[in-house]
Design a protein around this ligand. Sequence first.
Ligand code: ZN
Length: 132
Amino acid sequence: MKNDLYKKALDARLKAHAPYSGHQIGAALVLENGQVFTGGNIENASYGATVCAERVAIWKAMSEFPGQKIKEIVVVSDAPKAWPPCGLCRQVMAEFAKADTQVHAGNLQTLQKSMTFSELFPDAFTPEHLDK
Ligand code: ZN
């Protein structure tokens, strides 16, 4: 699955809106129900309103299939060394991923890193912390 997601992330990257950073990022994920969603980063002139590719894909997925969990996600950038999900994306993923969700990061040539979500973001703050 990760190679299919990698290709979809590369395609999604081409639709990114990145006039400020100049870095088009792509993401693709598959939910546990098998549905696939993609996203590119969407930047904004008010920089703080920018949304990373991973979160675009996650918003699309969760707005269509609330309650689903992410089974696997790929993010690709044009950097020589793959960019992993940023801290904000990791926190968002903590809401919709599981400990064993597969996370892959790559560049334009190949996937470079693969890990589980718990390896990417150990001791994440999750909805379980709010349980009474
Ligand atoms: Zn991010």
